[in-house]
Design a protein around this ligand. Structure first.
Ligand SMILES: [Zn+2]
Ligand SMILES: [Zn+2]
Ligand SMILES: [Zn+2]
Ligand SMILES: [Zn+2]
Length: 455
């Protein structure tokens, strides 16, 4: 990452109205034509900056520039978080003073909000899920609420861009392609309207090299680049930035009840932890982050990229598939998950013991109390069976969820994460009126990841 990009992030962190003077200083300079200046101008373009990041010959220079920056930036007067940089951990946030549990750390308005890249039909203006016989925008044909909602995400510029394309949204694959395309389209339109954000977006981690090796998103990037007349590297970086950093934004029923992806450069600086010291939620589309425990000054500020209630195997699958990394934190490497036993199963031989996940994932599970063993296949079938049960129960079916919780407590045990998730779903379903701003989600969403996974 270049010095200019780091500065852009630091400025953003300071004010949340990012402005990078160096960016404009270089861009406006007209005098001279030395090779160094030509190189600077070349790297001043958005794609040029990307090439700098991915050009291995320039890495030494980037490291040198980072080294000259010292110990990172300042979050400005009064901010409880600050940006740090290290060669091992990259960029991350730390507490700039002692923070007490419950304290709000920051709020951030997303730079870009897009529909999720799925075949689901959502209103482009408010992200509200639409009925299959939805009506399209009169001008571009894209899905919108009817009658029109007050949502503002489908801008005039977006409508004009889409009107110039042959959307032809009569199949689910075309809908998915539209939803995928909206990620780079909306981001590029935000950058066009506010050029000072280019450094901030260019500085976001996108795992482009790894995604290219794995073939992730390459076909979509090529297709979208052609459709939008854009550089494929730029489109790939934006797609990778969203997959790597985006938060799922949820809107309350009064705001349309939709769901989408939000790009939040400041919040994205928090590294992952399976035992995070913050939690976050959205209120009226704005992310709020607060401490869940005391955070001493200088401590890294973390959040979880995956639901903390999920068991280690489900978290690992989700992190590997969506964030392309394997977590080796103390919770992930402890079969008991720090004594919570979220993945342990109740032993049906002795009733009081727990079958703890073996270190070797192919080995049988053994009860720590009576020594009884259960094969991996049987454990897998038990958890899959629970997943099927929960999927059949509606998220507002209090009676059905109550029965599921009672059943899972007997079969899986009261500590198992499927039981805990079902209990959480039952709690939410029981609240009347519902918890304000809290979106009800299906109790065992984690289990959808088991489709491609063996325990
Ligand atoms: Zn709408
Ligand atoms: Zn339109
Ligand atoms: Zn972990
Ligand atoms: Zn036992």
């Amino acid at each position: 990452m270049s010095e200019q990009r780091l500065e852009a992030l630091q400025q953003y962190l300071t004010s949340l109205t990012p402005y990078n003077p160096a960016w404009h200083l270089t861009k406006d300079r007209q005098d001279g034509n030395s090779q160094q200046q030509q190189e600077e101008e070349q790297h001043d373009s958005f794609s040029g900056r990307l090439q700098l990041e991915y050009n291995s010959n320039r890495r030494v220079e980037v490291q040198r520039r980072l080294g000259a920056l010292g110990d990172g930036g300042s979050a400005g007067c009064g901010s409880p978080v600050t940006l740090e940089v290290s060669s091992e951990c990259g960029r991350y946030l730390v507490a700039s003073r002692n923070i007490t549990a419950g304290q709000e750390l920051f709020r951030e308005t997303p730079l870009v909000v897009t529909p999720r890249p799925t075949p689901d039909t959502a209103c482009l203006a408010c992200l509200h899920p639409l009925h299959p016989d939805w009506q399209g925008c009169e001008d571009c044909g894209a899905p919108l609420c009817w009658p029109h909602c007050p949502g503002k995400l489908h801008t005039k510029e977006e409508c004009q861009s889409l009107a110039g394309l042959d959307l032809n949204l009569n199949t689910t694959s075309r809908l998915q392609e539209l939803n995928e395309m909206l990620t780079p389209l909306r981001t590029l339109q935000v950058l066009e309207a506010t050029p000072r954000l280019q450094g901030v977006v260019a500085a976001m981690q996108s795992n482009t090299g790894q995604r290219r090796r794995l073939g992730l998103g390459q076909a979509a990037a090529g297709r979208i680049a052609v459709a939008l007349g854009e550089d494929t590297d730029v489109v790939s970086h934006i797609l990778g930035s969203f997959d790597t950093n985006a938060f799922t934004v949820t809107y309350s029923e009064s705001e349309g009840g939709g769901m989408g992806r939000a790009l939040l450069p400041l919040a994205a600086l928090m590294n992952h932890s399976c035992t995070p010291n913050t939690q976050h939620w959205f209120h009226s589309g704005v992310l709020i982050v607060r401490a869940v425990c005391d955070i001493p000054m200088g401590t890294e500020v973390t959040n979880s990229y995956t639901p903390t209630l999920w068991g280690t195997s489900a978290r690992a699958v989700h992190l590997a598939a969506s964030k392309l990394f394997r977590c080796n934190c103390p919770r992930c490497t402890d079969p008991t998950e720090l004594g919570s036993h979220l993945s342990s199963l109740a032993c049906r031989a002795c009733c009081n013991g727990l079958l703890v996940p073996p270190v070797n994932p192919k080995a049988a599970w053994t009860c720590r109390r009576c020594g009884a063993t259960v094969g991996r296949g049987a454990v897998e079938a038990m958890v899959r069976g629970a997943a099927g049960t929960v999927r059949r129960v509606g998220e507002e079916d209090v009676e059905g969820l109550g029965q599921a919780v009672a059943h899972f407590t007997r079969v899986l045990g009261h500590t198992h994460y499927v039981t805990r998730e079902a209990t959480h779903a039952l709690l939410l379903a029981s609240l009347n009126p519902p918890l304000a701003g809290h979106r009800r989600q299906h109790g065992c969403e984690a289990l959808s990841h088991f489709d491609n996974y063996s325990l």
